[in-house]
Design a protein around this ligand. Structure first.
Ligand code: NI
Ligand code: MN
Length: 226
């Protein structure tokens, strides 16, 4: 597996011969690279919940690449009304199988409305399970005891956890989450994009180091091979 970071909670995952794009937020992210809008070529697009900082560029990329969008039922219905036909609806607790493995849609403790105010269903996260390993992307969430259950059900190789605080968990909660998940390593997401979620990188790294949890903070377009 290979992870490519595109800022905020947007990242790509190479698994098998497939490329999965999560929570595309490029055109409205001042820290992102706008050329990514035209250069990313995912086979699938995964949306954790309806907030603009996770769904903003899903439609244009899906229209250009014809990549199906996986998300909850309400979000895929909303996208269909916007003229997207290639959607793969899911809901919490369900999974879908692909040639690279399985995608599970799991609960997150967060809200989910769409940019026009439409109901966005329940916020979620994804567990991607394949022969190369298991990745858990928490989406936007608070710390929650369900993470212990995820850790019992899956041998998680890497957890992508929000660490910016204010709208989600912060660094301290992400450390507790990593313990509940019993994951091998953590990559931080959902930080620095807005004033309210700016973090001290060195402090975050030190806190994870003190707990002996391998921790990654990737820069824009940096990659991580697992
Ligand atoms: Ni959100
Ligand atoms: Mn968010």
């Amino acid at each position: 597996m290979k992870i490519h970071y595109y800022g905020h909670s947007c990242f790509g995952l190479e698994i098998g011969s497939s490329f999965l794009l999560f929570d595309p937020f490029i055109s409205q992210n001042p820290l992102s690279d706008p050329t990514l809008l035209d250069t990313l070529n995912p086979q699938y697009i995964l949306i954790s919940h309806g907030h603009f900082d996770h769904i903003a560029d899903a439609s244009p990329i899906a229209k250009r690449t014809q990549a199906p969008i996986l998300s909850n039922f309400e979000i895929t219905l909303w996208l269909e009304k916007q003229g997207l036909s290639q959607v793969l609806p899911m809901n919490l607790g369900g999974n879908r199988s692909f040639d690279f493995g399985k995608i599970h849609y799991v609960q997150a403790a967060h809200s989910s409305s769409l940019p026009d105010g439409s109901y966005g269903g329940t916020a979620g996260g994804f567990i991607v399970e394949g022969p190369e390993g298991i990745l858990y992307y928490a989406g936007d969430t608070a710390l929650m005891s369900d993470m212990k259950l995820f850790g019992e059900c899956f041998q998680i190789d890497i957890a992508l956890l929000p660490i910016g605080g204010t709208f989600t968990m912060g660094v301290d909660e992400a450390i507790r989450a990593a313990r509940l998940l019993n994951c091998k390593q953590v990559m931080g997401v959902h930080f620095d994009t807005f004033e309210a979620i700016k973090i001290d990188h060195e402090e975050a790294k030190k806190k994870f180091q003190d707990e002996e949890i391998p921790f990654h903070l990737l820069k824009m377009k940096e990659s991580l091979i697992l």
